[in-house]
Design a binder for this molecule. Structure first.
Ligand code: NAI
Length: 300
């Protein structure tokens, strides 16, 4: 998907923050964009700032946890713009209760949006992404919290974002050679309205005032974040190059290396000939993944 001009993207969670940054970057690049969000008023407010892109964007009120709505959204994108090339599963929310204390309602909400929202997006859109044969891409927004565990109260959020990363990695292999690339976007802090959105949408809203998946600090820690348009432009490059991981925050490198070192140190010694049958199975699996990765070079 090197040439993005005229391509059509569907972005969830596009009324604010990173989703809106993606929409702005895509419009800058000459794409057509459907901005989808569960918050209609916020969508309309966002559209007012989109400037001279009239006719190249379309607003849609969609709840990513509602499978019937997502199926209808996929039909509507094609009705409006004829095709769809890029699916951005970006809508996401943060739990605010420590994971060992949270009720099912909060688990269902966060996993419903942050994991099942992605699954619903792929189930609804994949046939349409493949139908035109022009190449397509799926961008899933995870987080650095999909690579690094979070202290309380970020456990529910990190659980959902690790799942989003695992989903993306495996989907990339599953779709290799099909012309549909998959990337996972893992930002650190981005300057967005996540706290306000959480307060508006959380089923445990009374506790959500001013709280974040990382705690309830005296200042809004997201204010220190990167501008969402920077993330949008970086994501666009990653989509065009079919990058597996789109990482945007260099400050996490050493911490991630420490986690991988800890995992590597936990391995027992490599098994000997007594494990031949097991090793044959694992080698077969590794070859299948390597073949899929090799075919990724032809995608796009
Ligand atoms: P945001 O709150 O500004 O944007 C999220 C959008 O998702 C909101 O407009 C909200 O209305 C929408 N949304 C929530 N539930 C929805 C549903 N059921 N259906 C449709 N739309 C829904 O927050 P932000 O930060 O832009 O979040 C976007 C994504 O980026 C999320 O997946 C978040 O987890 C992720 N992220 C954010 C980081 C940050 O520092 N802000 C860092 C790493 C990842």
């Amino acid at each position: 998907m090197r040439n993005m001009q005229g391509r059509v993207a569907f972005i969830t969670g596009a009324a604010s923050g990173i989703g809106l940054g993606l929409a702005q970057a895509f419009l800058e690049a000459g794409m057509k964009v459907v901005l989808a969000d569960v918050r209609r008023a916020a969508l309309e407010a966002a559209a007012a700032g989109l400037g001279p892109a009239a006719g190249r964007y379309h607003l849609m009120e969609v709840d990513v946890t509602d499978r019937a709505q997502m199926a209808r959204a996929a039909d509507e994108v094609v009705e409006v713009f004829g095709k769809v090339h890029v699916l951005c599963n970006n809508a996401g929310v943060g739990g605010i209760t420590p994971m060992h204390e949270a009720g099912y309602e909060e688990w269902d909400w966060v996993l419903g949006v942050n994991l099942f929202g992605l699954i619903n997006g792929v189930k609804s859109f994949l046939p349409k992404l493949r139908a035109h044969g022009e190449g397509a891409h799926i961008l899933n927004t995870s987080s650095m919290a999909g690579l690094i565990p979070m202290p309380a109260p970020g456990g529910i959020y990190a659980t959902s974002k690790f799942a989003a990363r695992g989903f993306s990695d495996s989907l990339r292999i599953a779709l290799a050679g099909s012309g549909v690339g998959v990337s996972v976007l893992c930002p650190g802090l981005v300057k967005t309205g996540m706290i306000q959105t959480g307060a508006e949408l959380s089923p445990v809203a009374a506790g959500a005032q001013g709280a974040t998946p990382f705690g309830a600090p005296p200042v809004n820690l997201f204010d220190a974040g990167v501008d969402p348009i920077v993330i949008g432009r970086r994501a666009l490059q990653g989509i065009a190059a079919n990058e597996a991981y789109i990482l945007t925050h260099g400050e996490f490198r050493d911490e991630l290396a420490e986690i991988f070192d800890e995992i590597l140190a936990a391995f027992p010694p490599a098994p000997g000939p007594e494990a031949a049958a097991r090793l044959a199975i694992e080698n077969g699996r590794r070859q299948a993944v390597a073949a899929a990765k090799a075919s990724l070079k032809q995608d796009g």
